[in-house]
Ligand binder design. Structure first.
Ligand code: ZN
Length: 239
């Protein structure tokens, strides 16, 4: 294993030299990074190759982390749940309808979750998250779509749709059929993380791969994307 210190975080990776023509990189579910390199590749070439993919690596690691180490919530009073990056202590009670009331006090924010007898706390909370996501994601999505049309000149008449899904291991995705999926869990994260994921997926309209053109577009559309990616990677441990 070699440690490589990148500007703000370290990436450790293993290099395997073998009979092949090009460099490749993979991240496994244990968040280990492996580079496969043709015999005779220089260390500098390998380092450059890894540097160019550092965001992709962090994203993959965060996805695996989110997938495999997800906190097992019980949805009982006392637990901490998040909304737009803010922690709230959950207070569950029986009610005639599923409902949520937020109380933001100086000391501790609370999320009062009223649950109907035929429902359960998890569906009550996620029903509310979904309602909030529909409003907030829609507003942010159309804002960034207009920014992308202006700054990146992506098809101005684009009838690009987005959907909100509870994805297991990705924050967002883009399909060539012109649909963007956003993970409902983003409603737990600060708005900057949501903005960054929306911009990331919008940049895939013009470039499917995570290559230089893609990151140039992303930097143009959302210059703070690196800080937000790091934040999201850290947060996936807490959420
Ligand atoms: Zn991507």
């Amino acid at each position: 294993m070699i440690g490589l210190i990148l500007s703000e975080w370290a990436i450790y990776y293993q290099v395997c030299f073998c009979k092949r023509k090009t460099l490749s990189i993979s991240v496994n579910y244990k968040q280990e990074v492996e580079v496969r390199a043709p015999l005779g590749t220089s260390w500098q070439e390998i380092e450059d190759f890894v540097q160019d993919r550092k965001v992709w690596i962090e994203r993959k690691k965060a996805e695996f982390y989110a997938h495999y180490s997800k906190i097992e919530y019980q949805y009982v009073s006392g637990e901490i749940h998040y909304f737009l990056g803010q922690p709230y202590r959950l207070i569950v009670y029986s009610a005639n309808n599923n409902q949520v009331r937020l109380k933001e006090t100086g000391e501790e924010n609370r999320l009062y979750l009223g649950v109907h007898a035929r429902s359960c706390p998890e569906s009550a909370l996620y029903g509310w998250y979904r309602d909030q996501a529909k409003l907030i994601f829609t507003e942010r999505y159309y804002y960034w779509l207009s920014q992308a049309q202006e700054k990146l000149m992506i098809a101005p008449d684009l009838t690009l749709k987005f959907a909100i899904k509870r994805l297991k291991s990705r924050w967002g995705s883009y399909s060539t059929r012109g649909r963007i999926n956003l993970n409902l869990e983003l409603i737990r994260c600060p708005q900057g993380c949501l903005d960054m994921i929306i911009c990331h997926e919008l940049c895939h309209v013009r470039e499917l791969k995570h290559n230089k053109n893609f990151f140039n577009d992303l930097s143009c559309l959302y210059p703070d994307w690196q800080a937000q990616s790091q934040l999201l990677a850290r947060l996936s441990m807490a959420y």
